[in-house]
Design a protein around this ligand. Structure first.
Ligand SMILES: CC(C)(COP(=O)(O)OP(=O)(O)OC[C@H]1O[C@@H](n2cnc3c(N)ncnc32)[C@H](O)[C@@H]1OP(=O)(O)O)[C@@H](O)C(=O)NCCC(=O)NCCS
Length: 181
């Protein structure tokens, strides 16, 4: 598995035109708890809201991923409101595989503004240019047409059906050589 070397450490923040991505810390816990408490946000992930205790455990898991692999998920804020967590996005290992997946999730008022596509473009750039990954996977539940649309807009190729996290999903991928930037 990839471990980003000390000579090219992963940056703790990334920027897009409208968003700022911050490496996850315990200070983001309450922001994530508010997001994870919404059934609409969690519908295609866990299928149910997460409790505060589950959020605390999930924040620890995200921080552990950064410590182990040198990259991971970010708390997302608007650039003009860097203290308010309105999303989560990043790159992480797809469970039980050696594959790295792209992930994004936003609070409901921010849907439909192109933000997932905007953050996805920056994550692919980060993954291929800075982390020097060879391949990035994207998965979305069969009913999650918005997420599938985002993966297609990012230029990821549809591989077909797969089974991950206990669900049938549509799986997409992009390789460094096919990535158009
Ligand atoms: C999925 C999610 C990240 C999309 O974020 P977003 O910022 O609204 O995405 P974008 O605006 O960049 O693009 C969404 C695309 O899906 C399309 N779309 C949305 N709902 C759709 C629907 N019901 N049917 C068809 N297309 C749909 C939009 O039209 C848009 O495509 P377009 O730009 O070509 O019109 C957001 O809905 C979300 O956070 N959902 C909850 C968490 C989640 O499911 N995360 C993904 C897990 S795989």
């Amino acid at each position: 598995m990839l471990r980003v070397s000390a000579s090219r450490p992963a940056r703790p923040t990334l920027d897009t035109e409208r968003l700022k991505l911050h490496r996850v810390t315990p200070e983001h816990t309450d922001g994530f708890a508010a997001l994870y408490a919404k059934p609409e946000v969690m519908r295609h992930l866990t299928g149910r809201p997460r409790s505060h205790e589950e959020t605390v455990a999930h924040v620890a898991k995200m921080m552990g991923h950064w410590e182990t692999h040198g990259f991971g998920l970010f708390a997302v804020t608007l650039r003009e409101a860097p203290a308010v967590v309105m999303g989560r996005a990043g790159l992480c290992y797809l469970e039980d595989t050696g594959l790295v997946e792209i992930a994004y999730l936003f609070d409901t008022p921010y849907w439909g503004r192109g933000l997932a596509t905007e953050v996805g473009r920056e994550l692919l750039r980060w993954g291929f240019e800075e982390l020097e990954l060879e391949r990035i996977i994207g998965i979305a539940n069969l009913e999650n047409v918005a997420s599938q649309a985002v993966l297609r807009k990012l230029g990821m190729a549809h591989e077909g059906r797969a089974f991950h996290y206990g669900n049938d999903v549509e799986r997409f991928s992009c390789s460094r050589t096919s990535w158009s930037g």
